[in-house]
Design a protein around this ligand. Structure first.
Ligand code: 5GP
Length: 195
């Protein structure tokens, strides 16, 4: 799931996930400062740059990217484990990381969450009061870049009405899980059992 910060990805996720079984959220690592109310190991694993760079060298990330001066990355281990155990994994990523994931995991489903308008996004970012003016402008520039790449994604969800956005998100997951083309051999064999 990709979309600018301030677009409401967390809100959609929190509302939708309790109604979707077998879906695990991947907690990213980041070097950015913790915002008020954020807890280490909940929204992110907050780590310092030397540790992040060590993890890059150790190839511990499924993907990582620099976003407005900080590193963000998906630790590979928990994702691989969840997938091996038959669970789906939800990643929240900016565009550079989303492209890396698509390259490494072509069956990944790419969902883009867009704000109703850039004006509204700017209002939300300013209203949050967590970023400097410089960072807000950089985040808005990245948001524009991401919107230009919109057609690389499989689905678009415009978050102008949260209830509608949550419903659409759930529908996308359900539809993707019903894709016959991607069924495992075990699932097909299950339908053939006669007892
Ligand atoms: P924020 O600082 O607002 O929490 O996140 C900034 C941006 O980084 C958002 O677009 C968010 O989706 C993205 N992001 C969060 N975790 C990851 C990650 O693990 N990898 C990448 N590439 N981007 C991430």
């Amino acid at each position: 799931m990709t979309g600018a910060s301030g677009v409401g990805k967390d809100t959609i996720r929190h509302a939708a996930m309790p109604h979707i079984d077998n879906l695990e959220f991947s907690i990213s690592a980041t070097t950015r400062e913790r915002r008020a109310g954020e807890q280490d190991g909940v929204q992110y694993h907050f780590i310092d740059r030397p540790r992040f760079e060590r993890m890059i060298e150790e190839d511990a990330f499924l993907e990582y990217a620099d976003y407005v001066g900080d590193y963000y990355g998906t630790p590979a281990g928990p994702v691989e484990q969840a997938l091996a155990e038959g669970r789906d994994v939800l990643l929240e990523l900016e565009l550079v990381g989303a492209r890396q994931v698509k390259r490494r995991v072509p069956e990944a489903v790419m969902i883009f969450i867009a704000p109703p308008s850039l004006y509204e996004l700017e209002r939300r970012l300013r209203g949050r009061g967590t970023d400097s003016e410089e960072k807000i402008l950089k985040r808005l520039a990245r948001a524009r870049e991401e919107i230009r790449a919109l057609r690389e994604f499989d689905y678009l969800i415009v978050n102008d009405d949260v209830t509608e956005a949550v419903t659409l998100f759930q529908c996308v997951i359900r539809a993707e899980r019903a894709r016959a083309r991607l069924l495992s051999d075990e699932r097909v064999a299950g339908f053939l059992r006669e007892e």
